[in-house]
Design a protein around this ligand. Structure first.
Ligand code: UGA
Length: 439
């Protein structure tokens, strides 16, 4: 089989590379010439564990290639995947100009039956627009080439995207024809050998599934964050409560870890987009509106604790910040809670020494010289008035507290992810602040 994947971001690159792993010939397409040049020279523009190995292997085997030529990439393809970005508009709805632009290019260039698969996260109803755009282009050419559209949302998590793709919990595919279903079934069969299902459904339900999944997960997080804040007020420990509720299989123990609010390129954008879709149908998604509101508030919780501890006097103080990316195992800083905390600290006249195991370059790109960049986690602590832990990278879990107390000006830790043991820190003489815990 042969496929074309348009868009070499997280989704496109991971999907294309993993599909090549099954023996399919894959052409990854992007309009960004520099990106394609890099990919043709062995440079992967993102950090994603496990990606480099299978990328190299499949490029060597000649099954994975990178090009800016969309037309050539679909020449003898069975399917073309649209995996370009859908940035939020000013009003929060997803901007479809890239997706529909690709659809038009496909319409201009196709010369045989193709399944056109939408892989980007797109609002309900987008596949109809994709189909329309292709039909319009074919009409302009006076051609009547058959094609099908399909929706195949991705459920990859940054940081474990390769593993998620190779061993999916489920694959959701929305189709309108048996012909398209057959192509998709063939393509995905190698990934469901572990018994997990391919769920075929209509296109609208498939598009909706993606938003409902991310919104449900975001809801779990905002819910536990809200409960965490209340735990503090009533004198409960959210870690106990989390374990207490998580052992009920109806609730489940995943995605109920409190923190500094969800970030990343997906949850904030998708929650907003679903609210917008509902608005268009004159329906108010009140639960999700609250989820969003709680999340904004949560990103400030750690700063507020710090502000209170220092009685509002942050001018001239220095803070060490561990973890800049929005979550561990990625260099992605989009919507990262660290950015909100840094902004508030700088506004209050404090300085920040940041450290992250992989996001240092990304941080420099975004923040420039607004903060200083430490060479490792201990370096960040030198003369700092406190440590603020924002992202729970595993290497931060068991630091040498004896070394830390020598470097820090005062033994204070603000832990935005509840990774330390309050009793241990109390014994070591640290002042410890966490989220929703008795400290
Ligand atoms: C999310 C979904 O988990 C994927 O299934 C989906 O495919 C992806 O969005 C997408 O739409 O592309 P991702 O954004 O990579 O994946 O990140 P997650 O691992 O889901 O984490 C999102 C945020 O929630 C992070 O800021 C994380 O720190 C936070 N989180 C997660 C918590 O605060 N508590 C938890 O218990 C779990």
């Amino acid at each position: 089989m042969k496929i074309s994947v348009v868009g070499t971001g997280y989704v496109g690159l991971v999907s294309g590379t993993c599909i090549a792993e099954t023996g399919v010939n894959v052409a990854c397409v992007d309009i960004d010439e520099t990106k394609i040049e890099k990919l043709n020279n062995g440079i992967i523009p993102i950090y994603e564990p496990g990606l480099e190995d299978i990328y190299k292997k499949n490029v060597e085997k000649g099954r994975l290639e990178f090009t800016t030529d969309l037309g050539a990439s679909i020449k003898d393809a069975d399917a073309v995947f649209i995996a370009v970005g859908t940035p939020p508009d000013e009003d929060g709805s997803a901007d479809l100009k890239y997706v529909l632009g690709v659809a038009r290019e496909i319409g201009k260039n196709m010369d045989h039956y193709l399944v056109v698969v939408t892989k980007s996260t797109v609002p309900v109803g987008t596949s109809v627009k994709v189909k329309q755009a292709i039909l319009e282009e074919l009409e302009k050419r006076g051609e009547k080439i058959p094609f099908d559209v399909a929706s195949n949302p991705e459920f990859l998590k940054e940081g474990s995207a390769v593993n998620d793709f190779l061993k999916p919990d489920r694959i959701v595919i929305g189709t309108e024809s048996k012909r398209a279903q057959k192509v998709m079934q063939r393509l995905y069969k190698p990934f469901v050998l572990n018994g997990h299902p391919i769920l075929f459904m209509d296109i609208t339900s498939s598009e909706m599934t993606k938003y409902a999944a991310n919104s449900m997960l975001a809801t779990k997080i905002s819910f536990i964050n809200d409960i965490a804040n209340l735990c503090e007020l009533v004198g409960a420990d959210v870690d106990n409560v989390r374990r207490g509720i998580g052992s009920d299989p109806r609730i489940g123990n995943k995605f109920i870890y409190p923190g500094t609010g969800y970030g990343g390129s997906c949850f904030p954008k998708d929650v907003q987009a679903l609210i917008r879709t509902a608005d268009e149908f004159n329906y108010s998604l009140d639960v999700l509106k609250a989820v969003e509101k709680v999340n904004y508030r949560q990103k400030e919780v750690l700063f507020n604790k710090l502000y209170k501890r220092f009685e509002g006097d942050l001018k001239g103080k220095k803070f060490a910040l561990w973890g800049l990316s929005f979550k561990p195992k990625t260099d992605d800083m989009r919507e990262a809670p660290s950015l909100v905390i840094i902004e508030k600290l700088l506004e209050a006249g404090a300085s920040v020494a940041g450290y992250d195991p992989v996001a240092m370059h990304e941080a420099e790109r975004i923040l420039g010289d607004k903060i200083s960049y430490a060479k490792d986690e201990y370096d960040a602590l030198i003369d700092a008035d406190a440590l603020i832990l924002v992202t729970e990278w595993s290497e931060f879990r068991l630091p040498n507290f004896r070394v830390m107390e020598k470097l820090l000006k005062s033994k204070i830790i603000f832990d935005g992810r509840n990774i330390y043991d309050p009793e241990e820190l109390a014994e070591l003489g640290f002042e410890y602040f966490a989220i929703g815990r008795k400290t």
